[in-house]
Design a protein around this ligand. Structure first.
Ligand code: PLP
Length: 412
């Protein structure tokens, strides 16, 4: 038999393709601005001191065995993770309305949430299609993840290329026309790929429409703490929605904020509206998770549990997060100063380069077009995706001026 005869060749993932091209480039000035992982000021991956410590503790602890975790994961990890995103004084936690499950990092949380909604969400009751609304643009993998589990992604307006900022009017209009019960994916903070977030006031207005029109919020939170350097500030939008009793779930990742990319440490939290719904979600999600992964991996969860539950580790982790966020914020300031003030580079929308510093998190939408991006790669050995997104983590004090001059060159 030739069972896979009709399987077409798939294109390579664009980010991995970019990384491969970067690796092959022998130019000493080459810069990788495609990478979605933190780099220190020397361009190297950074193992957080707090993580080094909890890993050493783990390795020296002879009492830890290698048994399976419970189906929903390490309880002291999932409960601390819930507290981290929902806050110490969360009413949802004290009322025991939170169902938390450990997932295969943020991707696994998105997948599991999507698959669970696809199976159990009552689309028929609202007379709506099996769809999820996603920002235009969004993390490209959202499209693949939801399509894979039978949830059709539908774009909603988000990014305005004229202002290189938020299309707030477009977003509000779309929300105001949304069908009751529809599911809307929101980036909790540090929107990927644009770096453009609503302001606190805009979040309030967005939440009001969710409440009025009875929409379901699907929060993807991959960068808590990484955006502003403050774990609570970056959780503010989620907490506001929870306070307003908007039905929601949260996908959480510790890849970026703990630098645990490979350990695949994440969580999915549902907030039940009452004890009955919470129990039905908990039991049914357990059945679902058993079939998907049986039980999640232990190592990363044990490390993060130590980070979150032991005050001295937590303090060090908070300081480490500040180190990463501050370096990124500093790079934004330097790049802005170079382009706006030193080189006086014309900005893509003619309004200066303020978007570089007003955007937050790991990524920035520069506003560069595909042709300019290709020229940066070909002529200057600076690797970035064709949509003009750059990873701020790829900039450091040795290459930021070179990058600014190169951007200046492809624009002028
Ligand atoms: N969601 C968003 C918006 C992301 O940017 C990422 C990572 O880039 C993820 C989820 C998931 O990452 P991971 O699976 O590594 O936790």
């Amino acid at each position: 038999i030739d069972a896979f005869a009709k399987v077409p060749l798939a294109p390579p993932d664009s980010i991995f393709k970019l990384t491969a091209a970067f690796k092959q480039d022998t130019n000493p000035n080459k810069v990788n601005l495609g990478v979605g992982a933190y780099r220190d000021d020397t361009g190297k991956p950074w193992i957080l001191p707090s993580v080094k410590k909890v890993k050493a503790d783990y390795l020296s602890n002879e009492n830890i065995d290698h048994e399976y975790l419970p189906i929903l994961g390490l309880p002291e990890y999932t409960s601390a993770a819930a507290k981290l995103i929902l806050g110490d004084n969360s009413a949802a936690i004290s009322e025991k309305r939170v169902v938390s499950a450990q997932t295969i990092s943020g991707t696994g949380a998105n997948h599991s949430a999507g698959a669970f909604l696809s199976k159990h969400y009552d689309f028929a009751a609202f007379g709506i299609k099996k769809q999820i609304y996603v920002s235009s643009p969004t993390w490209a993998n959202h499209h693949s993840i939801f399509s894979n589990v039978g949830l059709e992604p539908v774009n909603y307006p988000y990014y305005d290329k004229n202002t290189i900022g938020l299309d707030f009017d477009g977003l509000m209009k779309a929300l105001n026309e949304a069908p009751k019960g529809s599911i809307w994916l929101l980036h909790a903070c540090a929107h990927n790929p644009t770096g453009v977030d609503p302001t606190a006031e805009q979040w309030k207005q967005i939440a009001d429409v969710f409440a009025q029109r009875q929409l379901f919020a699907f929060f993807d939170c991959a960068y808590q703490g990484f955006a502003s350097g403050d774990l609570n500030k970056d959780a503010a939008a989620v907490r506001h929605f929870v306070d307003k009793q908007i039905p929601l779930l949260i996908c959480q990742s510790f890849a970026k904020n703990a630098g645990l990319y490979g350990e695949r440490t994440g969580a999915l939290h549902f907030i039940g509206k009452d004890a009955d719904e919470t129990e039905r979600l908990r039991t049914q999600y357990s059945v679902f998770q058993r079939a998907e992964i049986s039980n999640p991996p232990a190592f990363g969860a044990r490390l993060v549990s130590s980070l979150l539950n032991e005050p001295t580790n937590f303090n060090q982790w908070e300081a480490d997060i500040k180190t990463m966020a501050s370096r990124i914020i500093k790079m934004r300031e330097v790049l802005y100063d170079q382009l706006n003030n030193q080189l006086k580079t014309p900005s893509p929308n003619g309004n200066g380069w303020g978007h570089i510093t007003s955007q937050i998190g790991m990524f920035s939408f520069t506003g560069l077009n595909a042709e300019q991006c290709q020229k940066l790669i070909d002529k200057h050995h600076i690797y970035l995706t064709a949509n003009g997104r750059i990873s701020m983590a790829g900039l450091n004090s040795s290459n930021v001026e070179y990058v600014a001059k190169s951007i200046d060159d492809v624009i002028k």
